[in-house]
Ligand binder design. Structure first.
Ligand code: IDC
Length: 336
């Protein structure tokens, strides 16, 4: 009798709270059940139903490691209504995966793995981001990238909630053909461990030129192309181009955006941001805001005066943070 009562309570709890996460509950024995795949402009679940991921990106893992914690990630899911977290691992900046020493690499690997586990426990998807930036050409650290993705895809081969982002923002004149050949080198390494993993590929000019990918796509399934924008800098002209590409059906993932200027500072522009979000929503494109940090810069979601790494309240957030918190909550069907 007691058992039945407990089971019924659990069932009711599941019915009430079970609708938000699209991810398979973290029993990985049946992980493949929940796998997403790419169709049209974005992602669909095992039943072909559109899935839009919405969430936040960490800042550089080396610089803000404390935000990677179990409670904080659970908050993002339960309170904010996020269903994805991006783990931004810089490669060449100070403390980067390729610029730091072996101990640093070890610590970063550990942190990425922890991040995936915490995301999984919170029923969120996790994007593992090889965050190239000052190393504008992904081929610069191709070998290290290959070894990294080989290791990570082996580790998470049975997880359905891990997404691989091959190169944050190629820049410095790196062409699409160079990026494409880098991607074609890395994709098989991941696919060897996880044959239908979702993989996101960066595009030229800080991941703004998705039209280049449309003109010459990678001939593989389950590939999305990266689009990044910062709403105070990137406005109508860029949106026009993006709209054309989306209308043509390219699978796109906004793995990072901000509403400040492109340098992460300056004024924010919520009007332009709304236009971007409306466009992405129209095509069901997934998006992730940068960043979950309290750094004194406009693209921080958290106030610099706030020292907490979990249990954040709305009042701990910057104006940008509040705007995004409200947006995520409303999209997730949560009350104001
Ligand atoms: C910025 C951070 C800043 C850090 C810098 C390192 O906001 O604190 O010092 O990186 O170079 C991007 C990049 C992202 C940038 C962000 C803002 O993907 O790494 O973060 N941005 O400049 N693309 C457009 C903007």
């Amino acid at each position: 009798m007691r058992k039945i009562t407990i089971v019924s309570i659990l069932l009711i709890v599941c019915l009430i709270f079970g609708s938000a996460p699209v991810i398979a509950r973290s029993s990985f024995s049946d992980a493949k059940k929940g796998a997403l795949h790419v169709e049209g402009n974005g992602l669909v679940d095992a039943n072909g139903k559109k899935v839009q991921l919405r969430g936040v990106s960490t800042h550089g893992l080396s610089w803000f490691p404390d935000y990677v914690n179990k409670k904080g990630f659970k908050d993002l899911h339960d309170k904010w209504g996020a269903n994805v977290i991006r783990l931004a691992m810089y490669t060449e900046e100070w403390g980067g995966y390729c610029s730091g020493d072996a101990n640093n690499r070890k610590a970063l690997k550990k942190l990425v793995k922890k991040g995936v586990e915490y995301a999984t426990a919170a029923h969120m998807y996790a994007v593992i981001d090889w965050h190239i930036l000052s190393d504008g050409n992904p081929k610069k650290h191709r070998k290290a990238a290959k070894a990294f993705f080989k290791m990570m895809s082996k580790e998470f081969k049975d997880y359905t909630n891990v997404i691989y982002e091959l190169c944050n923002e190629p820049n410095g004149g790196t062409s699409w053909s160079t990026i494409k050949s880098y991607a074609e080198d890395i994709i098989p390494v991941i696919r060897k461990n996880d044959k239908d993993a979702i993989i996101v590929v960066g595009t030229p000019t800080w991941s703004q030129e998705i039209d280049k990918a449309l003109a010459d796509p990678i001939k593989e399934d389950n590939i999305l192309y990266t689009l990044h924008f910062y709403a105070a800098t990137h406005k109508t002209d860029m949106r026009k181009n993006v709209k054309k590409v989306l209308a043509a059906g390219l699978p796109v993932f906004v793995t990072e955006f901000g509403i400040s200027e492109a340098n992460g500072n300056g004024k924010t522009n919520k009007k332009s941001a709304k236009k971007w979000i409306d466009l992405l929503d129209k095509y069901g494109v997934s998006y992730i805001a940068f960043s979950l940090a309290n750094k004194a810069e406009s693209t921080s979601l958290i106030k610099s005066s706030c020292q907490k790494h979990s249990g954040l309240t709305r009042s701990n957030l910057t104006s940008y943070g509040k705007w995004y918190y409200d947006l995520l909550r409303s999209k997730a069907g949560k009350k104001k």
